[in-house]
Design a protein around this ligand. Structure first.
Ligand SMILES: Cc1cc2nc3c(=O)[nH]c(=O)nc-3n(C[C@H](O)[C@H](O)[C@H](O)COP(=O)(O)OP(=O)(O)OC[C@H]3O[C@@H](n4cnc5c(N)ncnc54)[C@H](O)[C@@H]3O)c2cc1C
Length: 409
C-alpha cells in the first residue's frame, strides 16, 4: 500500500518552509519533498559574487530573523543558504531531501492525490506546490544559431569568469541578473558587451534610506494582483544589486567603466548580431522609472510632513560612449555568451485540470478549483511581494493556505 500523508508540500525553498511553519503551528501532519537540498536554488543557481538584493534587516521568515552585525549590509549568497538551513532546523521542518515528485495526479478512486516520486508513491489529501517562481531557464531560440566555437550558458548556471574560455563576453539581457553578471565579468577584466532591453532603474539609497525601506513605506509590495493591470505586473526588470556593499545599477556608469552597451538582440546571422536600434530609448525609459520612483518618495515625504535627508541634485547624465549598432562576434573576440533572459514555470508533471491553455496555474490566492490542491510562492500569487524571501513576504499567503487546509477535515 502507498504511504499516506495528510499534506505534502512540494519544494524545500523558503516558500515550502513557510508553509510548513504555519501547518506545524496548527498541528497538521505534513511533509516537505525536496528534490535537492533545502534552499537548493540559492546553492546551485546563483553566481559566486551574488549577494541578497535587499539589506540584512529584510532577511526574515515567519518567527525568525537573520542574525548579523550590520543590518544595512548585504548578505552573500552562502549566508542566505545558511539562513534558510537554520530556519528549517528552527521550525523542525519535516523535510525529505533528494525526493523528486515526478507526477501529481488523482488516485484511481479520486479520493486523494497520488504523488509518484523517486522514493515511492505517496497519497495525500492536500498538496501545496511550492516549486518556485523561477523554475526553468529560458534561452531564446536564436541561441541555436550561435557559432559552435562560442561557449553558451544561462545566467542560472553562471558562476564566475573562470568558467568561461578566455576572450570577450556577450551578456544578453540587462535585468538585475544580466547587469550583475556584466559587472562581475567587467571587474574580472573581461571585455563585456551587454545587450539592453526594457528595464526599470531604482536607487540603492534615496534620501538616506535603502530602496527596501521605501517600497515598504510606499506600500507597493502590498499591491493586490487584481488592482494592477497585467502589462504592469509583467513590467520591466528592476535593476538592483547587493554586491560590493550595494550600489546603484547604472548602465551609463557601466558603459563609462568599459562595458559596451548594445540594443536589444533580435537575431544572429553567422557571426553577426542583429541588434535593434533601441538603446537610447531603453536607457531613457530606465531613467524615467528612476525619476518616477524618486518623485513618489518625495511626494510621500511631503504629504506626511516627514523629515528625511535632502537628496543632492542628480548628476548630469553621461552619454553612452559611441553607441554600437552592430557587432561581429568574431571580430569582437567574443568567446562566450551568457543568456540572462529569464525563467518560466514548468508544471507538465502536474496531471490535474488546474491550468489555462498556456499551462499557467489557475488559482485564487493559491487556491485551485480542485479541493486540496494549492500553489504557493508564484509571482503575484496574491500580492506584488508574494514570491520574495525578504520581510517574510510569503507569510500572508502561507497562513491563508494553512487556514484553507485546516478547513478541510
Ligand atoms: C537570480 C535571482 C536572484 C534573486 N534574488 C532575490 C533576492 O535577493 N531577494 C529576494 O527576496 N528574492 C530574490 N529572488 C526571488 C525569489 O525570492 C527566489 O527565487 C526564491 O528562491 C523563491 O523561493 P521559493 O521557495 O518560492 O522557490 P525556490 O527557491 O525555487 O524553491 C523551490 C524548490 O522546489 C524544488 N523542486 C522543484 N520541483 C520539484 C519537484 N518536482 N519535486 C521536488 N522538489 C522540487 C527545487 O529544487 C527548489 O529547491 C531572486 C530570484 C532569482 C532568479
Amino acid at each position: 500500500m502507498n504511504e499516506r500523508i495528510d499534506t505534502v508540500i512540494i519544494g524545500g525553498g523558503h516558500a515550502g518552509l513557510t508553509m510548513s511553519y504555519f501547518l506545524s503551528q496548527r498541528g497538521r501532519e505534513h511533509v516537505i519533498l525536496e528534490r535537492g537540498r533545502v534552499g537548493e536554488r540559492w546553492r546551485s543557481e546563483r553566481w559566486d559574487s551574488f549577494c541578497f538584493q535587499f539589506p540584512n534587516w529584510t532577511i526574515e521568515l515567519p518567527g525568525y530573523k537573520y542574525q548579523c552585525d550590520d543590518p544595512e549590509a548585504f548578505a552573500p549568497g552562502r549566508e542566505v543558504v545558511r539562513f534558510i538551513e537554520d530556519y528549517a532546523a528552527f521550525i523542525k521542518a519535516p523535510t525529505r531531501c533528494g525526493v523528486e515528485v515526478a507526477s501529481l495526479e488523482r488516485t484511481v478512486d479520486s479520493r486523494r492525490y497520488l504523488l509518484a516520486t523517486n522514493n515511492g508513491a505517496i497519497e495525500a489529501s492536500n498538496v501545496v506546490i511550492a516549486t518556485g517562481p523561477y523554475q526553468v531557464p529560458v534561452t531564446p531560440a536564436m541561441s541555436a544559431y550561435v557559432p559552435n566555437n562560442i561557449f553558451q550558458v544561462h545566467s542560472n548556471a553562471y558562476r564566475n569568469a573562470n568558467q568561461l574560455p578566455p576572450g570577450s563576453v556577450l551578456v544578453v539581457g540587462a535585468g538585475a541578473s544580466g547587469c550583475q553578471i556584466a559587472d562581475d565579468l567587467n571587474q574580472s577584466g573581461r571585455q563585456v558587451y551587454l545587450s539592453v532591453g526594457r528595464h526599470s532603474r531604482r536607487p540603492r539609497k534615496y534620501r538616506g534610506k535603502d530602496y527596501a525601506y521605501w517600497v515598504s513605506a510606499l506600500g507597493t509590495t502590498e499591491q493586490i494582483v487584481d488592482t494592477v493591470p497585467e502589462q504592469l505586473r509583467k513590467g520591466s526588470e528592476i535593476l538592483l544589486t547587493g554586491a560590493n556593499g550595494g550600489y546603484d545599477v547604472d548602465l551609463r556608469a557601466m558603459a563609462a567603466g568599459g562595458v559596451v552597451l548594445l540594443g536589444h538582440l533580435q537575431g544572429i546571422n553567422g557571426s553577426k548580431l542583429i541588434l535593434a536600434d533601441d538603446l537610447t530609448q531603453n536607457l531613457a525609459r530606465g531613467d524615467e522609472a528612476l525619476e518616477n520612483f524618486k518623485r513618489a518618495v518625495d511626494d510621500y515625504i511631503t504629504k506626511n510632513g516627514l523629515e528625511f535627508l535632502a537628496e543632492r541634485e542628480p548628476a548630469v547624465k553621461s552619454e553612452v560612449p559611441s553607441p554600437v549598432s552592430r557587432l561581429n562576434l568574431k571580430d569582437a573576440g567574443v568567446s562566450a555568451i551568457i543568456w540572462a533572459t529569464g525563467f518560466r514555470c514548468n508544471f507538465d508533471w502536474v496531471k490535474l485540470p488546474i491550468f489555462d491553455d498556456g499551462r499557467q496555474p489557475l488559482h485564487r490566492r493559491g487556491v485551485t478549483r480542485l479541493p486540496g490542491i494549492y500553489f504557493l510562492g508564484l509571482r503575484w500569487l496574491y500580492k506584488r511581494k508574494s514570491a520574495f524571501l525578504r520581510c517574510a513576504s510569503g507569510a500572508e499567503d502561507a497562513a491563508y493556505l494553512a487556514e484553507q487546509i485546516m478547513a478541510r477535515q
